[in-house]
Write a protein that binds this ligand. Structure first.
Ligand SMILES: *Cc1c(COP(=O)(O)O)cnc(C)c1O
Ligand code: SF4
Length: 440
């Protein structure tokens, strides 16, 4: 019994029966914001996850549907004006492109992570931390639905020169053979679980060969457990998918599914719980991660409930991220001290088994920086920070300090504390040129 995926975008969302009950204002917001930010949802999200009786603040509606506040007023009004005037497609596209370019479509210097081999840019690869290579298989650069806060959004909106995708594995394979410190290959996207099992297997099987014994772990980043759990239970090739997982483990590799969940509502359906059981039965582990998002999960109770539920289901809480500085960030962002406050108030009320989670963490150009807290040191209020991952591994786990700023929402808004001119890791450091990757 297969389950048919029905996707809805700006072109056909009016055929969703529940849409008839939305206010004119909400429809207008979908029409306007949906031109600029990618919009796609599906029948599982609509029928099983969204609570249509409280749509004004339903977290899952906010997760996939465009809402008015997601664009700045001036951008919103500019698009609305063109739509009202019945402007032609070219005029509209031009404006939309202009606005998108103002929304920092490629945050955190991701172009610095694309390695080069024999003067060929490995476009589908990012290598930033020595142990882990990110691989963007070209067929996996889409998702079952699109998150309204997504930082990969240029990949979905046709801004394709920013796309990190690779057609073949042979370059990846050569790269891995030359870089034998890599232990983890993380398949990411988009969502690699949008690929058929056959395509996914063609990428993975290469890595199971004996010459890749340095690769200990295959990781797959996915939102399919939340947006399309049938991928693991009722799709026509879900049995083969589970078999592929078993083969990975049989080959002696660790398989870690990095599942993206933003709210406990995504964990409550029979389907997701069934899918989690099926995945775990293959021997794979499931680690969970999410950004912290205003209007979706900005309360400690939500996180505590989510981590508890995940642990109940046999998943391992892994990361809490600070919302990235891109796209509709304004709608979702929270000051860093608020992020930390939510984290610690959630963390302190859960068992040690949930406290495998690390955060709040910012993935920025120099590395993954965790906000350890706010503290007063000799009369100066400061942020205490540390690297969880660093472009230079020597930076990891050294506490450092930034001047407290109640409004800062991202690392680049912070300044060193105690009147220092630079953070410790900036001293004598040249920022890498594009394609330059240094592991010391
Ligand atoms: C987060 C991240 C990884 C994986 O880091 P882990 O801490 O090992 O999970 C790898 N590469 C990039 C670019 C990342 O942002
Ligand atoms: S699942 Fe991930 S990649 Fe896909 S839209 Fe959501 S945040 Fe973006």
């Amino acid at each position: 019994m297969t389950k048919q995926l029905k996707t809805y975008t700006l072109h056909n969302y009016k055929s969703i029966p529940q849409i008839a009950n939305l206010s004119d204002e909400m429809i207008e917001a979908i029409e306007v914001v949906g031109r600029v930010l990618p919009f796609k949802t599906n029948n599982y999200v609509i029928d099983e996850l969204i609570d249509w009786t409280q749509i004004d603040d339903d977290p899952i509606f906010t997760l996939t549907f465009p809402r008015k506040g997601m664009l700045e007023k001036k951008h919103y009004n500019a698009v609305k004006k063109l739509l009202d005037q019945g402007a032609d497609q070219a005029t509209l596209n031009k404006k939309v492109h202009e606005i998108r370019m103002e929304l920092n479509p490629n945050p955190a210097g991701q172009e610095h992570n694309v390695p080069e081999m024999n003067n060929i840019k490995l476009k589908g690869v990012q290598h930033k931390y020595s142990e882990t290579v990110l691989f963007f298989p070209s067929q996996g650069q889409t998702c079952h639905a699109y998150c309204s806060f997504c930082f990969r959004w240029p990949q979905f909106s046709g801004m394709s020169n920013l796309k990190f995708a690779m057609k073949e594995t042979s370059l990846l394979a050569q790269y891995l053979l030359r870089n034998n410190r890599v232990t983890d290959v993380l398949f990411t996207g988009g969502d690699p679980m949008t690929m058929s099992t056959q395509v996914l297997a063609s990428y993975i099987n290469v890595l199971l060969r004996s010459e890749f014994r340095n690769i200990h772990t295959i990781r797959i980043g996915t939102k399919a457990l939340s947006y399309w759990p049938y991928r693991f239970t009722k799709d026509k090739d879900s049995k083969e998918l589970l078999k592929l997982f078993e083969q990975i483990i049989k080959a002696g590799k660790n398989l870690a599914i990095q599942a993206h969940f933003n709210h406990p509502a995504e964990l409550k359906t029979f389907e997701v719980q069934h899918a989690i059981k099926q995945i775990r039965a293959t021997g794979a582990q499931i680690r969970t991660q999410s950004p912290l998002l205003k209007n979706i999960n900005d309360k400690p109770e939500i996180w505590a409930e989510m981590w508890r539920k995940q642990v109940d289901l046999g998943c391992i809480p892994y990361y809490m991220f600070v919302a990235r500085d891109t796209g509709s960030k304004r709608y979702f962002e929270l000051p860093l001290d608020k992020c930390w406050d939510i984290f610690r108030k959630a963390y302190r009320q859960v068992s040690g088994l949930c406290r495998t989670v690390r955060g709040p963490s910012m993935s920025c150009e120099p590395g993954k920086i965790q906000v350890l807290g706010v503290q007063e040191v000799k009369g100066e209020k400061v942020y205490v920070l540390r690297f969880l991952q660093g472009r230079n591994a020597k930076w990891v786990d050294i506490p450092f300090f930034a001047k407290y700023d109640p409004e800062a929402t991202w690392f680049d808004q912070l300044e060193p504390a105690f009147g220092e001119e630079k953070f410790f890791f900036e001293k004598g450091r040249k920022k890498p040129k594009a394609n330059e990757i240094l592991f010391e």
